[in-house]
Design a binder for this molecule. Structure first.
Ligand SMILES: Cc1cc2nc3c(=O)[nH]c(=O)nc-3n(C[C@H](O)[C@H](O)[C@H](O)COP(=O)(O)OP(=O)(O)OC[C@H]3O[C@@H](n4cnc5c(N)ncnc54)[C@H](O)[C@@H]3O)c2cc1C
Length: 519
């Protein structure tokens, strides 16, 4: 079952001279690897830890239409976001995205003027969709709801004082880390060499010094271009890039904390104008509640942590909007991610790069791409590779034009074809047409029966052994944390993670014990 799209940990056998090295395998670096390799360049893409180790796994898991940028007058950024949302949902990743209905409840704390403003905003959002040529079948038009309709869609809302609501549609990812893994695997399928546990210690425009984090061995790789996609750590590789991160926190609740909720709810922050806390039901029986925006000083942590005041703020806003008072004990998990804010220089102020992305060519020749969104990763990658190809010595390379706009990721298919697949719904939702490959691979590697491979690994934990085995054989998972915290997201609920741990160990042992040709 060896297939070309394997991702492996460490640097054994990696090339020492390539056209382009990508540093970082969050969504940005994975996107750059895919863009570059499909233009015909030889690519080595590395991450110090694992795929999606950084900010990319701590997002709200939305595919944004750009409405927020429009509100700030950034029409170009808003249009770009809407275009990229359409590309993801209709061409490159229909399997990993779904239309998400959103209700804004008109509670007693929302004034008529605020409601009118929200309505204008939603109509503008629909204009963005039309401008991006995204079909109304993909994202239906927004509309006003009566109080009865609002409660039918979102039964746990507080009925007292509810005047009605507004229904609109945006895109939702099945999971952010799954998108990163799929983009990385697609890049590898096209010939990119993708390695985790490979840290870049230093970089210039033509050379990177690497350490294999499995063996400690260091090596130098020469290249015609080096792209720094290290996210909030980008400044560590190029002194010209100075970032000041800001933390965004989400809570994880069980679905039964807000029973019957079928839609996302944007809960108005009392006293705020156009500020909302997002309540986002997930397909796995959890609900995410986010998010905050807190400046972070000092060294950038590997894994940021939610603070108690942030948790309290989110619980208070949601409790004001829903009938049931939420308590700290309803919080079964919490996660935080860091937005990269670029230091603008003058007076220590920051420019919020989480809205738009920047491509900077440093004095060392390293091309840094930072900021943006998961939603816009494809465009960011295109711009970064264009910049690399315009910078000597890569300017001399024969590279084709960007191809990714019309390039479906592995497993992608139109929605009607996905709906007709016979494999279990969970596998189709996470692997698309590759669901059959996931199961066939697990059967071949382990020799176990399909029933055992497809059973939930523990009571109330929907993850299957088949997924865990595939994570090891095809997606570069090296240890329990890779499997539970990134290939699957069971780690977002620590109690579930503990239940799933034996299965992750078993998957690693099964693959290690398989005949070499089957690993
Ligand atoms: C709270 C929050 C919510 C968000 N929600 C959304 C959303 O709903 N939708 C959306 O579109 N966007 C969202 N975003 C934005 C989006 O998550 C980020 O823009 C995106 O994930 C950044 O990805 P990245 O690849 O640039 O960085 P990262 O994901 O941080 O990747 C950088 C990688 O570089 C690696 N690395 C660092 N140093 C080295 C080194 N020396 N050698 C090798 N590797 C190295 C790290 O291990 C890491 O894996 C959100 C952001 C935040 C903070």
């Amino acid at each position: 079952m060896r297939s070309p799209e394997r991702i492996t940990p460490g640097l054994a056998g990696a090339p020492t001279d390539v056209d382009l090295v990508v540093v970082g395998l969050g969504i940005t670096g994975a996107g750059v690897a895919l863009d570059a390799v499909t233009r015909g360049l030889s690519v080595l893409a590395v991450d110090a830890h694992d795929l999606a180790y950084g900010t990319s796994r701590w997002s709200s898991k939305l595919v944004h239409g750009g409405l927020r940028y429009l509100a700030k007058g950034q029409v170009g950024v808003a249009h770009e976001s809407a275009v990229e949302r359409g590309v993801l949902m209709e061409v490159t990743a229909p399997h990993l995205t779904r239309p998400m209905p959103v209700v804004v409840p008109l509670t007693s704390s929302v004034t008529r003027a605020q409601a009118a403003l929200t309505s204008v905003g939603l109509r503008a959002g629909d204009a963005l969709r039309r401008g991006a040529r995204t079909a109304v079948e993909t994202l239906p038009r927004p509309r006003r709801l009566s109080a009865t309709e609002t409660l039918a869609l979102a039964p746990p809302l507080r009925p007292a004082g509810l005047r009605g609501g507004m229904l609109s549609w945006d895109g939702q990812l099945v999971d952010d880390a799954r998108l990163v893994t799929t983009v990385a695997r697609t890049a590898a399928a096209h010939g990119a060499v993708v390695r985790t546990r490979a840290r870049v210690l230093g970089a210039t425009g033509t050379e990177v010094r690497l350490r294999d984090e499995l063996t400690g061995a260091t090596t130098t790789v020469t290249a015609r271009a080096v792209v720094n996609a290290a996210g909030v750590w980008a400044g560590e590789l190029d002194d010209d890039v100075v970032l000041r991160p800001s933390r965004g926190t989400h809570l994880v609740l069980r679905a039964d904390a807000l029973p019957g909720l079928q839609v996302s709810v944007f809960a108005p922050v009392p006293g705020g104008t156009n500020r909302f806390v997002l309540v986002l039901p997930q397909p796995d029986g959890t609900v995410y509640v986010g998010l905050t925006d807190e400046p972070v000083d000092g060294p950038v942590p590997d894994v940021p942590e939610a603070t108690e005041p942030e948790i309290g703020f989110l619980l208070d806003v949601v409790s004001a909007c829903f009938a049931r008072q939420l308590h700290r004990s309803d919080v079964v998990g919490a996660f935080a991610g860091l937005r990269p804010l670029l230091e603008s220089g003058a007076g220590g102020s920051t420019a919020d790069l989480s809205r738009k992305h920047a491509v900077l060519v440093g004095r060392s020749g390293v091309v840094t791409v930072v900021g943006g969104k998961l939603t816009t990763y494809r465009r960011m990658a295109q711009d970064a590779v264009d910049a690399a190809l315009a910078t000597p010595p890569a300017a001399g390379l024969a590279a084709g034009p960007c191809r990714t706009r019309a390039l479906p990721l592995l497993g992608a298919a139109p929605r009607d074809r996905l709906a007709a697949l016979e494999q279990p719904e969970r596998l189709v939702r996470r692997y698309g047409t590759d669901a059959a490959l996931v199961l066939a691979d697990a059967v071949e590697v382990t020799g176990l029966a399909e029933d055992e491979l497809l059973a939930p690994v523990a009571e109330g934990v929907a993850v299957t052994l088949a997924e865990l085995v595939f994570g090891v054989t095809h997606e570069g998972a090296h240890d329990v944390a890779d499997l539970l915290d990134r290939r699957t997201r069971v780690g977002l609920v620590p109690a579930d993670r503990a239940l799933a741990e034996p299965a992750a160990r078993r998957a690693l042992a099964l693959v290690a014990g398989a005949a070499p040709g089957n690993r």
